[in-house]
Design a protein around this ligand. Structure first.
Ligand code: TRP
Length: 450
């Protein structure tokens, strides 16, 4: 047992955990899902609630996960077995593993699209086309179900390849280099988008809240999006936390990741909405919001060909650092709890995801049979995992830290046994113990009653 512990892979540097956690957080959730959710849920009012969620719930939940992970030095199921032996707490880990499969399944569908769009960029296939044509081509692509499945398979394979190589060589190295570049390109695109004719309306949609738009559905969507975007509630940060050195500052890690993730989401909003309003794409257009608006935007930019190509490459990489974290949770669980070799665990997790994921991809065809009550399996997977399982996981995680693990052990972990001060520890623990469980429960129930 002790022998096995020693061999556990880990992050090599402080920047490593921030880069990996931010790499997990930043992805299609920020650039694709955030604008979709914001557009469908009333714009600025959603943004406001989203910000409250990430600050008051995101940071405490993230810190709780990191504490559980580093203290237990184990995967998301093993962590609870270790810290709460002979209890039912490991169920939180099992929910997370199930949720990981579901998210990876539909997330890899959209990840696959980024590859299709890289090919489209290389072949310059958007140039000179108007919105109607670009929209038609996007729909036509969905109708080629097996082509979607093929790209999805390629993406899952790529993820498996990186995870195969282990934490330090794989995850850390890839995550560290390319994310800052994404930030730069988003800033440039944002500036262009905001200077388009009619862009003001998009900015108003993003920043002038209409409080009458706040409903139970808006609340639960903002909660789900907050958890989704920060990769919370299913054990990613328990797993990554277990690779963190005992000397790292967990609190500042959580703050940095939340800040970076939120900045990228808002930037994505600043790129998408001014342009969408300018081109006449409806804010509630869902998937088309990003995949149709952006090619139109690239058509308006000098050097648009290169911007388009670089953007979709970076988007694919952002998606990859996120799918890596999803797969890592599954592989850590399968290899450590079911005692399969890491390599075989990777193969098993990828194969399972591929099977489930094909349903998600095929459910977006216009004549699909993979829909329940008219709702595509893709949307069901998304809704159940993001808006239900993640908040449930999150609530259980904060209750675990607040009420089971307790203040003393929490303080030991965030102060590295007294070596650092972590001056916000008391207020954060208060939120973990009382505020977060109540707030998540209220939002959750108000959304479900709807
Ligand atoms: N947060 C990622 C994104 O925004 C997606 C993701 C990766 C995720 N790992 C997760 C979401 C774990 C929820 C849970 O794109």
């Amino acid at each position: 047992m002790v022998e096995e512990k020693k061999k556990r892979d880990g992050f090599g540097s402080k920047l490593g955990i921030i880069a990996a956690a931010a790499g997990s957080a930043i992805g299609l959730g920020n650039i694709y899902r955030f604008p979709c959710e914001l557009g469908e849920n009333g714009g600025a009012a959603f943004l406001l609630i989203y910000l409250l969620v990430v600050i008051f719930l995101g940071i405490p939940v993230m810190l709780s996960e990191l504490v559980i992970g580093r203290r237990s030095q184990s995967n998301s199921v093993g962590a609870f077995k270790q810290l709460a032996p002979k209890t039912i707490w490991p169920i939180v880990g099992y929910i997370g593993v199930l949720c990981g499969f579901l998210i990876f399944a539909f997330y890899s569908t959209v990840s696959g699209w980024t590859l299709e769009y890289i090919v489209k960029s290389v072949t310059n296939s958007f140039q000179g086309k108007d919105l109607v044509t670009i929209e038609q081509e996007f729909t036509a692509f969905h109708d080629m179900g097996w082509r979607n499945v093929m790209w999805q398979g390629v993406f899952i394979f790529l993820t498996g390849f990186v995870v195969f190589k282990g934490v330090q060589n794989g995850i850390e190295r890839y995550a560290k280099i390319l994310m800052p570049l994404l930030l730069v390109i988003l800033v440039v695109l944002g500036i262009r988008s905001m200077t388009l004719p009619g862009a003001k309306e998009g900015l108003a949609f993003l920043f002038h809240p209409d409080f009458s738009k706040i409903t139970g559905k808006v609340l639960i969507s903002a909660l789900g999006q907050g958890f989704f975007s920060l990769s919370l509630g299913m054990g990613v940060l328990i797993t990554y936390g277990s690779y963190v050195k005992k000397s790292d500052n967990l609190t500042s890690t959580a703050f940095s990741v939340v800040l970076a993730d939120t900045a990228i989401a808002i930037l994505a909003g600043l790129v998408i909405f001014p342009a969408a309003f300018s081109f006449g794409v409806k804010p509630e257009a869902g998937m088309g919001l990003v995949f149709n608006t952006l090619p139109m935007l690239f058509n308006q930019i000098t050097g648009g060909y290169w911007f388009c190509l670089i953007f979709f490459v970076l988007l694919a990489i952002a998606a990859l650092t996120s799918t890596i974290s999803l797969l890592e949770v599954l592989v850590a669980y399968i290899s450590e709890e079911l005692h399969l070799k890491r390599q075989w665990a990777t193969v098993a997790a990828c194969a399972g995801t591929m099977l489930l994921g094909a349903f998600a991809s095929l459910s977006l065809m216009s004549n699909t049979s993979f829909a329940i009550g008219g709702i595509p399996v893709f949307d069901l997977m998304d809704f159940v995992s993001s808006n239900i399982l993640l908040p449930v996981g999150g609530v259980l995680i904060v209750i675990f830290v607040g009420w089971y693990l307790g203040k003393q052990k929490f303080f030991e972990e965030v102060t590295n046994n007294g070596a650092i001060k972590a001056s916000l520890k008391k207020i954060i623990f208060f939120i973990i113990k009382y505020l977060a469980p109540v707030a998540i429960a209220i939002v959750f129930i108000s959304g479900l009653i709807k």
